[in-house]
Design a binder for this molecule. Structure first.
Ligand SMILES: [Zn+2]
Length: 57
């Protein structure tokens, strides 16, 4: 079995069970975190009008 991100062979049983290598799993988790932050930011930005944003400065 190969890691779907880096195409390196997965050697450990845990990695094979997860379907991704440990380093790529960390990278993926970090990207998910960034993606979620971005989503939250976009949601907040859509929810606030400019008057409300200026109140926070
Ligand atoms: Zn990988």
């Amino acid at each position: 079995m190969l890691c779907p991100r880096c195409n390196r062979p997965l050697k450990s049983k845990k990695s094979i069970e997860r379907g991704i290598g440990p380093i790529c799993k960390k990278k993926q988790a970090y990207e998910e975190f960034l993606k979620n932050q971005m989503t939250i930011f976009e949601v907040l930005d859509d929810g606030n009008d400019h008057d409300t944003l200026q109140d926070c400065r």
